[in-house]
Design a binder for this molecule. Structure first.
Ligand SMILES: C[S@@+](CC[C@H](N)C(=O)[O-])C[C@H]1O[C@@H](n2cnc3c(N)ncnc32)[C@H](O)[C@@H]1O
Length: 278
């Protein structure tokens, strides 16, 4: 699928392109005094518990080196991770966030929300429209060879393979000292990433299983590459998880068939399948 991408150049101007068309510049932060008045009153919808918002903020504020480049997958409406990352960067006085969102109407609403509620952080934000699998490789291609990604927050699609794919795309750009956080760590979304990264000995991993119903994973990179033994163990674990009969069945069957079968199953069992081991 050819993704439609919106990106900005980091100077507060959004660059929009559609289906291979030419880029056109659109101001991202178009503020009026009325919008500024609205800031004080606007509550943007967002996910993450209060504890998770605090942990995310502290991870950025207390990083030994202030994060410069930050990537987030799955902004939703902007009031959860996106706003809290941006505010933490603002408090650090450094850093820029690229926020990836795949749903067009949610993306548009998120842009409006951030513009209205936090105009002071707009210059630190580049919204990117599209699926992470499509837009991250394109984004990486546009980076200078020595560029790093110092902080990553993953909270996109529910299939456990997505966080693994996003991790594999970004890992080589994350330097020692860089951080990874991933939401929904104890449900289906994080079912593969958490055990995989926890087995890599160049990451120091911590699972906040009581931060919310769905949990938050936090890992700090301690060295550029894992030992070959730990990489082998992590890959073997991932392979076993990918080969579970349920995953194979879900991968082979067309989605309407999966949907039909799920409709026949008791709700409690469907919840178990969907939310994984929680
Ligand atoms: C759970 S919500 C994110 C919540 C948000 N982080 C917050 O704190 O409020 C997941 C979002 O990821 C988006 N999404 C799903 N798959 C995606 C993908 N592959 N790439 C980018 N965004 C994706 C969905 O459209 C949805 O808005």
């Amino acid at each position: 699928m050819l993704a439609e991408i919106s990106a900005a150049d980091g100077s507060g101007r959004e660059l929009a392109t559609s289906h291979g068309g030419a880029y056109s510049a659109v101001p991202f932060c178009r503020e009026s005094r009325w919008a500024l008045v609205k800031i004080r009153m606007t509550q943007i919808a967002g996910q993450l518990s209060d504890t998770e918002r605090r942990l995310l903020t502290e991870a950025i504020l207390q990083a030994p080196k202030k994060p410069e480049n930050v990537i987030e997958v799955g902004t939703w409406l902007g009031g959860g991770s996106t706003l809290h990352i941006l505010r933490a960067l603002q408090r650090n006085g450094a850093g820029h966030l690229w926020g990836v969102e795949a749903n067009r109407s949610i993306y548009e609403q998120m842009l409006a929300n951030i513009r209205a509620a936090a105009p002071e952080v707009c210059d630190r934000f580049t919204p990117v429209f599209g699926f992470s699998q499509d837009v991250l490789p394109q984004w990486i291609k546009t980076q200078k060879p020595a560029s790093t990604v110092d902080f990553v927050f993953l909270d996109g699609g529910n299939h456990p393979g997505e966080q693994i794919k996003e991790f594999h795309l970004l890992d080589r750009l994350i330097p020692a000292g860089g951080q990874l956080m991933a939401h929904d760590a104890i449900v289906r979304k994080g079912k593969w990433l958490v055990p995989y990264v926890s087995l890599l000995d160049n990451w120091e991993s911590h699972l906040h299983s009581d931060s919310s119903e769905v949990g938050l994973f936090h890992a700090k990179k301690t060295a550029g590459a894992p030992s070959s033994a730990s990489l082998r163990a992590a890959r073997a674990k991932l392979f076993r998880m990918q080969c579970s009969p349920m995953e194979i069945a879900a991968g082979i069957m067309p989605s309407p068939v999966c949907g039909f079968i799920l409709n026949l199953l008791p709700t409690r069992f469907v919840k178990f399948l969907y939310h994984g081991f929680k």
